[in-house]
Each structure stands twice: as structure tokens, then as C-alpha cells.
Design a protein around this ligand. Structure first.
Ligand code: ZN
Length: 207
């Protein structure tokens, strides 16, 4: 693993020491972790999105009023991801942020149905995630993917997720996880319980 491209700050204070310590992040969402600079870049690429590209306006946009408002913002940001290039931008931005924080390994939750609905086919998604893994590795961060079946999708959405995981997996796919409240995929081949996520989540090993 190459840890040289983006170096965490030199040790000087307590915070610097924490930052410089190598860390693993075992539960982070790809869209949810997008930093303002990454969101601004995507918003500039898609001016019709309703998401501001200006830093000041973006900060105001991210002031959550309540949980429904948080979900509205999350959906608008998620809708910025419309092409494989957008996925690569998202992953590369996340990896740079992780490198600055001293994260050397992360298992990242991806919700394929969101991206498939936006017009990215499962093969393109996998290819974009593979490119993202290479970009992350170049700045010293090793990534693995967890395909997430959102509690909001019906059985068809769950099967689309499984199809993507089984037939078009990115090279670094480690598993699928399913919300404990999702009842729609009981027929899915659940073969083990994830040790890295909460007890209530399932791990579907795709291969
Ligand atoms: Zn989560």
C-alpha cells in the first residue's frame, strides 16, 4: 500500500496525533461522506440539480432543519451522481478526504439502485468503482465496497441490487447489507452475518 501521496499533518498536538494514527473506517456511505468541495464540483457539472455550487450557498444548503429535510438534501445530492464519471469524482474526493484524516482502509456502503435509477448500468458502476479504488490506492487508501439494499426499495429493487452484486461486481466488493426493516429480500442468499456491521445487518456474500 502506498501511503506517500497525501500525508496526514505532522504530529504536533493531540489532534495531530489522532489524525496521524492509521485508521480503518468500517461503515461509511459513499454519497453521505461527500465533502462540500466534491458536492460543489458535481453541482457545477449539473447546474439544473438545485444544489448550489457556490461554497457559501452550499454551506447554507447543508444546514439541516430536521430529519425529513436531511433526507431531502441527501436525495438532491444523490441525484447529482448521474454518470460513471460522477461516481469516480465522488470516490476520488472521498479518498482524498480519508487520506487527510489518516484513514488507510475503508468499507464503503454503495446503494446501487440509486445509481442504476440515475441511468448508470451495473457494469458501468462496477467499472467506475474499480477506477475509484485505483485512485484511492494512489493516495494511500484501500477501499472495499458494501452493496446496500435500501429499506426504501421494494423487492424489485432488492433483486436489482443482488443482480448487480452477483453479475457485475466491482473487484473490491466485500458484501451486501440489508436494513433490518427490509422484508422484501427474504429469498436472498443470506449466507453469513457481517462481523464489521451491526448485529442487525446481514452480509450476502456474492461470490
Ligand atoms: Zn449506514
Amino acid at each position: 500500500m502506498n501511503h506517500t501521496a497525501i500525508k496526514p499533518p505532522a504530529v504536533g498536538s493531540h489532534d495531530d496525533w489522532l489524525v496521524s494514527m492509521p485508521k480503518a473506517d468500517l461503515h461509511v456511505h459513499l454519497v453521505g461522506s461527500a465533502a462540500p468541495a466534491t458536492v460543489a464540483a458535481l453541482a457545477a457539472r449539473h447546474p439544473d440539480s438545485g444544489v448550489p455550487a457556490d461554497a457559501g450557498e452550499l454551506a447554507a444548503f447543508y444546514k439541516f432543519r430536521d430529519f425529513p429535510h436531511f433526507l431531502d438534501v441527501y436525495k438532491l445530492v444523490s441525484d447529482l451522481v448521474r454518470s460513471p464519471e460522477d461516481v469516480v469524482t465522488l470516490v476520488a474526493g472521498m479518498a482524498e478526504d480519508m487520506a487527510r484524516q489518516g484513514t488507510v482502509y475503508a468499507e464503503v456502503t454503495v446503494t446501487p439502485v440509486s445509481h442504476i435509477s440515475a441511468g448508470i448500468n451495473p457494469g458501468e458502476l462496477a467499472q467506475a468503482l474499480d477506477i475509484g479504488v485505483a485512485a484511492a490506492r494512489a493516495c494511500g487508501v484501500e477501499l472495499a465496497w458494501v452493496y446496500d439494499i435500501s429499506a426504501l426499495v421494494e423487492r424489485a429493487g432488492a433483486h436489482r441490487t443482488l443482480d448487480a452484486a452477483l453479475h457485475h461486481p466491482p473487484a473490491a466488493l466485500t458484501g451486501d447489507q440489508q436494513s433490518p426493516h427490509t422484508q422484501s429480500t427474504r429469498s436472498a442468499p443470506v449466507v453469513g452475518t457481517s462481523s464489521t456491521t451491526s448485529d442487525a445487518e446481514f452480509l450476502v456474500v456474492p461470490r
